[in-house]
Design a protein around this ligand. Structure first.
Ligand SMILES: Cc1cc2nc3c(=O)[nH]c(=O)nc-3n(C[C@H](O)[C@H](O)[C@H](O)COP(=O)(O)OP(=O)(O)OC[C@H]3O[C@@H](n4cnc5c(N)ncnc54)[C@H](O)[C@@H]3O)c2cc1C
Length: 417
């Protein structure tokens, strides 16, 4: 069923009884050409682009819970292309261009809102770094404007500009950045993949990966064995555990990242704003809640809820930047498990096992990558060659040291990226 204004009118007049299911609930088939492990944003996007761009439809996406129950439905929804290093820069630019056509392509309202992102800076050194990053973005063909303090005051009048320790000097403005409704992205991609014949198998946990003579032959699951010519691992925070089923030890650590939302308020924050001197960033959802977050909790963990010291840390940073935040009531907080790589950049690659592919290491920035990652991973799986926009995301860079993309400049410490 296509969604359009006429349908809404028709269904509205007939008590909304004619809407069909967004996707089927098929039983697993014994064999598929391609099995994708993980029904998050990246797994669903991979299935969608395999079907839509490469005409491959004998595919199953295996999800241990429900579609969209992982990080794709837990993030703070920021979409941007403001990376500075070669490798990352062209990939996120590619991904943002896909975002810009995604709603039309999927016939699904993912509420992509290009409301602009402002990364604040608070010293001359930070201004230099922001200018360098802005130039890299413009060289890549994306937009960036360096704002002064007065420009920021006009655009963000609610901030505290004269904090005694960290006065605001200005900000790097990326107008095409913004937000999208996270779970709608999962639903839209799921519907698009399903319409093209992909089987989406929920409550289907992969418990083993079958390999014969160095070649993948299928997977063991909680719903039985499934044979496959190709298998793709796209499980974000569970990457190390699932890759271990194929005998691989990944350079990935899993860490919790928390997020927070207040009660619904009248429109007050037009952009996405990030604090340059503390771990804090904020935007306002279309329902009115102020959505914000900060840094990882301090230790590796598979828990999907976080600790209280980080709650306090984020609230303090928020109150310093935006004292009015203290009047809002916090409604909810939650956590997601992040697949942190040693250089903060992702992996989209084949593996030493023939037919087994790997997509992980998105750290806490993988929502904006969803269409780009799915598009490039589908290209790799279908053709056997890396997509030009993701050619740098090789697994062996951590063994050889060649081609590392340390965007934050923090060295090889997972939890600092
Ligand atoms: C609080 C928070 C805020 C964030 N904010 C942003 C942001 O503003 N912008 C941004 O770009 N990114 C952000 N991120 C990061 C982003 O959400 C992730 O990088 C991205 O969603 C990860 O990819 P995914 O969607 O495929 O992961 P997931 O949705 O986690 O998908 C992986 C799936 O694999 C499934 N799985 C695991 N093991 C198995 C198994 N054995 N068998 C079958 N299925 C399995 C899981 O159940 C899960 O559904 C944030 C994350 C969090 C937690």
């Amino acid at each position: 069923m296509r969604y359009n204004a006429l349908q809404i009118l028709k269904q509205g007049l007939s008590g909304n009884r004619g809407w069909g299911r967004a996707w089927r609930k098929p039983d697993p088939k014994p064999t598929y050409d391609i099995v994708i492990i993980g029904g998050g944003g990246h797994g669903l996007a991979t299935a969608y682009y395999l079907a839509a761009e490469h005409g491959l439809t004998n595919i199953a996406v295996l999800e241990k819970g429900y579609l969209g129950g992982g990080n794709v439905g837990r993030n703070t929804t920021i979409v941007r292309a403001n990376y500075g290093l070669p490798g990352n820069s062209e990939f996120y630019s590619h991904s943002l261009r896909l975002w810009e056509g995604l709603e039309q392509e999927l016939n699904y309202n993912v509420m992509h809102s290009q409301r602009g992102i402002i990364n604040l800076f608070h010293s001359d050194g930070q201004r230099d770094a922001a200018a360098r990053r802005g130039n890299a973005m413009r060289n890549q063909g994306d937009d960036a404007v360096l704002l002064g303090r007065d420009d920021c005051r006009k655009m963000l009048p609610y901030l505290d500009y004269d904090q005694t320790r960290f006065p605001i000097y200005g900000g790097l403005y990326h107008a095409r950045g913004g937000t999208a409704r996270h779970d709608a992205v999962a639903w839209g991609l799921a519907r698009g993949a399903d319409q093209r014949g992909v089987d989406l198998l929920e409550n289907c946990e992969v418990t083993g990966i079958d390999i014969e003579n160095g070649k993948v032959t299928g997977v063991q699951t909680s719903r039985g064995a499934i044979r496959a010519k190709k298998v793709a691992i796209v499980v974000a925070g569970r990457s190390s555990q699932v890759a271990a089923m194929a005998g691989m030890r990944l350079p990935i650590e899993s860490h919790v990242l928390q997020a927070f939302v207040t009660e619904g308020l009248k429109p007050v924050i037009d952009h996405v704003v990030t604090y340059g001197m503390g771990h804090f960033y904020i935007s306002q959802s279309d329902k009115g809640g102020l959505v914000f977050g900060g840094d990882l909790d301090f230790y590796p963990s598979y828990a999907s809820r976080g600790n209280l010291p980080m709650v306090e840390h984020v609230m303090e940073a928020g109150m310093t930047l935006m004292p009015m935040l203290g009047k809002a009531r916090l409604l909810r907080s939650w956590g997601g498990i992040m697949d942190m790589s040693p250089d903060g950049s992702p992996i989209i690659d084949s593996t030493p096992t023939e037919g087994l592919f790997l997509n992980c290491g998105w750290c806490y920035g993988g929502f904006k990558a969803v269409p780009g990652s799915g598009h490039c991973f589908a290209h790799l799986i279908a053709t056997g060659r890396p997509h030009a926009a993701a050619a740098g995301f090789r697994l062996d860079r951590f063994a050889t040291g060649r081609g590392l993309m340390d965007e934050e400049g923090t060295g090889a410490q997972h939890n600092l990226h």
